[in-house]
Ligand binder design. Sequence first.
Ligand SMILES: Nc1ncnc2c1ncn2[C@@H]1O[C@H](COP(=O)(O)OP(=O)(O)O)[C@@H](O)[C@H]1O
Ligand SMILES: [Mg+2]
Length: 280
Amino acid sequence: MPATDLIQLRTDRHTYTLTTRIARGSTRDVFAATREDDLPCTVKICRNVTDNDLVVRESATLGRILSDPAVYDLASPYFPVPLESFTMDPGDGRAHGVCAQMTPDGAISLVQLRAGYAAGLPAQDAAWIARRLFMALGFMHARGVIHGAVLPEHVLIVPDSHGLTMVDFKAASQGEPVRLIETARRPLYPEEILCRERVGPATDLFMAVKTLQYVMGNHDVPRPLQDVFDTCLHADPRRRPQDAWALLDTFDETIEALWGPRTFRPLPWPADTSTPTKEN
Ligand SMILES: Nc1ncnc2c1ncn2[C@@H]1O[C@H](COP(=O)(O)OP(=O)(O)O)[C@@H](O)[C@H]1O
Ligand SMILES: [Mg+2]
């Protein structure tokens, strides 16, 4: 795609000015953009038109997750807010699927975070990420949505404010087998996804714990906390916790018993990296 053709995207309703490409996902290129009314947003463009249906699916899923007005204010920071989905021809004569979404400023993925810590993040410093991740899953599961790809690249955090936003809902399911698997991440998937069986909240909780283990790297996890994590990693999903909110309660009790009352703990940036690396 010639970059010059991508600078402005016009739809019937809006104009998006793309600034920089911030990531390359498995199917889409992701750009930072500004709408004509100065709203900062993220624009994702399908590289292959055969993936266009995924954009539509993702927008519908996000709409479903955010459809309960009673919890909108609490839940919306954890998810991209869909603005518009459309198609555009970047110059190859084909209509590529595009979506514009609102996501937090200054977010980095857990892959970028992990790149800054050679040995991983100590469990006590990773605790807020675990708590926010369980909350995000609690909100989406309450709407019947299973993410199906809880992976480090799909969890964005804002280190300064301890914000967390989940992205990439193209594999999401309401219980039916997950159709899309990121093959490079097979070790982080539970058997029920790899065997194309039905999925549930326990599927996402398994992947959330695998993702947290990725973040913590080689650091020892205190035994009581490891016991909580282990319950989420049973091969049989029926033997795992089934409820993200209940797991959060157990997690909180465990960390408070270990480390005392919870307080805001600034993320300690490694001395040799002022900012984490950018790609993905
Ligand atoms: N708002 C954002 N800010 C920073 N990075 C983002 C943002 N949205 C997505 N990303 C990064 O872009 C990558 C690709 O987006 P994703 O939704 O996963 O698309 P794909 O379908 O191509 O995998 C993600 O893995 C994530 O790390
Ligand atoms: Mg992705």
